[in-house]
Design a protein around this ligand. Structure first.
Ligand SMILES: C[S@@+](CC[C@H](N)C(=O)[O-])C[C@H]1O[C@@H](n2cnc3c(N)ncnc32)[C@H](O)[C@@H]1O
Length: 259
């Protein structure tokens, strides 16, 4: 799908500069706003619309009138609890100073939790195949204000725009501690976040043998899958499922330490 960038409804020198810079960096057309509504822009441009607003980038996939924008989402409350008890941290056996590769960055909530936990000695790479989503989240991670205890952890997340299996294939064996994948659920669930807006647009790839094989090759410690509790991928790809009663999703782990 084609994407165009424009300014907020009333452009300012700042939002104009911003829109120009986005247009250059993403190599997408900059279109004048001309006081057009998002619906009108959708109709006239027949494209997804990215809006350079005063404080954030807003992404309106064609047909959607609610924007997707970066927000720390569940990481804001998860990082206020003891982090070693977070289910992702527990299942992955992540430790301070570890290298964590998040294959499915999305809103980056899991990546932020991991980044806060591994600290300044560690490293978190977030891989996202959707170019606009990757860009909006990367910019948001650098600029988000309002959650001071997370600013440094957010800034440390390295965003890579790539297909996860391709990215993993380029990494040396045993070069990271944890590889994590959280593909889109195939079951419909009610989303608490504005991720719902991009449900149709985001990459709906499910696990593949190649993806899991590359993850196992690259991870020293654990490969972790998060999926709907009805998913059969845990068993199909050899993940040991951690049943979480009364939750819609489960985590599963492949322990790489024993070869
Ligand atoms: C369910 S969301 C992940 C949510 C994320 N864990 C969070 O905390 O916000 C899945 C994301 O992974 C991306 N994705 C799916 N398959 C991918 C692949 N093969 N490579 C890279 N990104 C992928 C989708 O575009 C989507 O943004």
């Amino acid at each position: 799908m084609k994407t165009v960038v424009t300014t907020a409804y009333r452009p300012t020198p700042f939002t104009l500069d911003e829109a120009k810079s986005v247009s250059e960096q993403l190599a997408i057309p900059l279109v004048p706003r001309n006081k057009r509504s998002v619906e009108k822009l959708h109709q006239e441009e027949q494209a997804d619309v990215l809006v350079a607003a005063k404080e954030r980038l807003e992404f309106y996939p064609l047909g959607k009138t609610e924007p997707f924008f970066f927000h720390p989402n569940s990481s804001s409350f998860r990082t206020k609890r003891p982090l070693h008890q977070d289910p992702l941290i527990e299942v992955s056996k992540l430790a301070k100073g570890d290298v964590f590769v998040d294959c499915t960055l999305g809103m980056a909530s899991d990546a932020i939790v991991a980044s806060q936990f591994v600290g300044t000695e560690g490293r978190v790479v977030g891989c996202e195949s959707h170019p606009i989503l990757a860009y909006v989240v990367q910019q948001g991670l650098q600029r988000y204000q309002g959650m001071p205890h997370l600013h440094e952890a957010m800034k440390r997340v390295e965003v890579v725009q790539a297909d996860a299996a391709e990215y993993l294939a380029g990494l040396p064996s045993n070069s990271v501690d944890v590889v994590y994948m959280d593909p889109m659920f195939t079951e419909t669930i009610s989303e608490a976040s504005n991720f719902e807006t991009i449900r149709q647009t985001a990459n709906k790839d499910q696990l593949s043998l190649r993806w899991v094989t590359e993850a196992r090759r690259v991870a020293r410690k654990t490969v972790v899958l998060k999926a709907h509790f009805r998913s059969t991928d845990f068993e199909a790809y050899g993940f040991v499922r951690r049943v979480r009663p009364n939750t819609k999703f489960h985590y599963g782990a492949i322990n790489c330490l024993n070869g």
